[in-house]
Design a protein around this ligand. Structure first.
Ligand code: 3HC
Length: 282
């Protein structure tokens, strides 16, 4: 890519992960968030993550500081004006994303690709919020972004092939692997992954086995890196419930109904790692 500046809006878990991998790959990255505290937290997460890599001798201390040096933080949308791609990675809420996309759209040129990192919101619907929907695409990263090598690219109805090529090029440049999925609820990966986790929650609720044994079973019996309930805690139970609800409402098929225990956990505020309590305690 000739223009090595990108923008990322949102300094949370997904946003700061994307910033880290892009800056490590040599991009100048503008990380935007409305809150100074969020920017500080994002930057400090990146610093800690890079420091771990230094300790493990995967990168040098110079590479760490060069990566950090390529990151600029801001709360001002006009700072995104020189970016070739701007990725919106804010909270998973269609109204908030729409507002942010409008602000991005007003700050960049017509050639800039605008992307959204979403686990379940329609790309075609979000594309309609920007003035040039042909240049809009879904870039679905996986958590933790520095570790997970996949980026699912989702073309909406209006996305043109040039935009898909720019996104593929970007994904390859940051050392990740792309798959292309249609704009359909859950896209490809969450359509499969989230119902699998939901089924594990049904299994727990029905007393089939303990949480530990369900996880041990899937880990050892199906060679997953962690069990589905531990993964639920990593993803966040509120996020999982939302994706499962999107699948259920979109397909109107009872096979996608959220496990009642998942709803109960979310109602109780047991959201997984981020709240200190999910299927396990943290
Ligand atoms: N940032 C950077 N590096 C991290 C990290 C983080 N947040 N978390 C773990 N790592 C690194 C560790 O440093 C370690 O590196 P090393 O192998 O070089 O020493 C490596 O990952 C393994 O970590 P650990 O030994 O601490 O622990 P695990 O072996 O359990 O691995 C894991 C952690 C990589 C998260 C692994 O458990 C895993 O792959 N889990 C599944 C993750 C997954 O499926 N994610 C997708 C979620 S779905 C999603 O995001 C989509 C959304 O739309 C819902």
């Amino acid at each position: 890519m000739s223009n090595k500046t990108i923008g990322v809006v949102g300094a949370g878990t997904m946003g700061n992960g994307i910033v880290q991998v892009a800056a490590a790959a040599g991009f100048n990255v503008v990380m935007l968030d409305v809150s100074d505290a969020a920017l500080e937290r994002g930057l400090s997460t990146i610093g800690n993550s890079l420091e771990r890599l230094v300790q493990k001798e995967k990168i040098s201390a110079e590479e760490k500081s060069a990566t950090l040096g390529r990151i600029k933080t801001t709360a001002t949308y006009s700072d995104l004006s020189s970016a070739s791609i701007v990725i919106e990675a804010a909270t998973e809420n269609a109204d908030i994303k729409a507002k942010i996309l409008k602000s991005i759209d007003e700050s960049v040129g017509s050639a800039t690709v605008i992307a959204t990192n979403t686990s379940s919101i329609s790309i075609t619907r979000l594309a309609s919020k920007v003035s040039n929907p042909n240049r809009f695409i879904g870039t679905h990263f996986f958590n933790p972004v520095p570790v997970m090598t996949l980026v699912e690219l989702i073309a909406g109805l209006q996305t043109d092939s040039l935009t898909l090529d720019v996104a593929k090029d970007f994904v390859a440049t940051i050392g990740k692997t792309a798959i292309v999925a249609k704009n359909s609820p859950g896209f490809a990966v969450n359509r499969i992954l989230v119902p699998m986790i939901n089924e594990a929650i049904f299994a727990l609720q029905e007393g089939l086995a303990s949480a530990e044994d369900i996880d041990k079973g899937v880990k050892l019996g199906a060679n997953h890196p962690i069990g589905p309930l531990a993964l639920a805690d990593l993803i966040g139970l509120d996020t999982l419930l939302m994706v499962q609800e999107v699948l259920s409402a979109s397909f109107n098929d009872s096979k996608y109904r959220p496990a009642p225990l998942l709803q109960e956990m979310v109602d109780a505020g047991y959201l997984g790692r981020k709240s200190g309590q999910g299927f396990y305690r943290y």
